[in-house]
Design a binder for this molecule. Sequence first.
Ligand SMILES: CC(C)(COP(=O)(O)OP(=O)(O)OC[C@H]1O[C@@H](n2cnc3c(N)ncnc32)[C@H](O)[C@@H]1OP(=O)(O)O)[C@@H](O)C(=O)NCCC(=O)NCCS
Length: 209
Amino acid sequence: MDANVQSDPELVIIPISDIHRCSTFKTGDAQYQPLKTFLQQDSIDFKNNFIAQTYVVIDDNERTDKNKEPITFPYSIIGYITLTCSEIDIDYDFGECERAKRYTPYPAIKIARLAVDSRYRGQGIGSLLLEYALYLVKDAIMPKVGCRFLITDAKQNAISFYARYDMQLVDTEENKSSEHPIMFIDLYKTAHYSSGENKVSQSEAILAN
Ligand SMILES: CC(C)(COP(=O)(O)OP(=O)(O)OC[C@H]1O[C@@H](n2cnc3c(N)ncnc32)[C@H](O)[C@@H]1OP(=O)(O)O)[C@@H](O)C(=O)NCCC(=O)NCCS
């Protein structure tokens, strides 16, 4: 049965918590089962040990009793994205910053996992998570630490999804024929991705309540 996002859902992206309900998350096809296993078994340990941070999409309308604190509410997880530090080794044209070429591999943030509950796919939630990741990296990491790329090891059937957001395949035969080819986007060129900002304010507002 399809679980369409309700007409007026209050979708919010927040950091994962150990009280969120991972067990209801459906991955659909068996090939995606590891995405649920990660969510259930590893995401909290990775968070607590600063290995990778997971952000989840929840519907705040699930919290019908608004007297309950959001941070104590066991939301169902509709989708999630996991980010970690990484690097990328590519032959890249940095334009006027030619000397950057001496510092390969280059700093990157990696989308280590991205999944939307199979009942909610095709409703814009994957895009929301990707835009949120772009916003987070550009707002919190690029200007304060330095990080030029967002990368991922893409599943073959997600390549065209990432390509919609200008992520491109590392252009080597070895990469293009691998099971999970590396895709990247040059964050310096992504000034137009800003819609994640609202989700950040929304999330922070909810957490503060
Ligand atoms: C890939 C995934 C995260 C996309 O999430 P989603 O919520 O279904 O995506 P959206 O609804 O935001 O889609 C945005 C657009 O991308 C398109 N799209 C979605 N999945 C796509 C795919 N696999 N290939 C090509 N296009 C895709 C949608 O049709 C939509 O296009 P539109 O704006 O013209 O309508 C989701 O399908 C998923 O969880 N898949 C299984 C796990 C997976 O492959 N994760 C990626 C790991 S590398």
